[in-house]
Design a protein. Structure first.
Length: 132
């Protein structure tokens, strides 16, 4: 358990509501393949987990990193809330989180951009009651 002071500073402790296996492969930006492994639905955000083979080339100096985007069929406006990546010479793993959590009436999420090749989309069907 967290101490009372730490809980007040952090706010509500995140609650995991669901983990959806995605297990979908799409072409990666710059070649290779991107495997979207899962989608985690937390109390206040959605977290996507991906792996890329081979690892992406480092961006050229001054070139912005490509950013993932998230949309749904309910018209929700999502913002990137965090992420991380790393790997070795053979593969690369990455996660990206979006806020807010999808609303209960959203039935489909679509992930685009980021390490996905231009025009590639990952679509995940949601249960009608997908989050609290």
């Amino acid at each position: 358990m967290l101490g009372d002071d730490l809980e007040r500073w952090l706010g509500e402790v995140p609650t995991l509501h669901d983990v959806l296996p995605v297990q979908t492969e799409r072409p990666a930006r710059g070649g290779g393949r991107l495997v979207v492994t899962s989608l985690e639905l937390w109390g206040d955000r959605a977290k996507w987990n991906v792996a890329q083979f081979p690892p992406p080339a480092p961006p050229a100096a001054g070139e912005p990193l490509p950013r993932f985007a998230l949309t749904d069929d309910a018209g929700t406006e999502y913002r990137v809330a965090g992420g991380g990546a790393g790997g070795d010479g053979r593969w690369w793993t990455e996660y990206v989180t979006f806020s807010p959590v999808p609303p209960a009436h959203a039935t489909v999420l679509r992930l685009t951009g980021g390490a996905l090749a231009a025009g590639a989309v990952v679509t995940v069907a949601l249960a009608v009651e997908n989050a609290a």
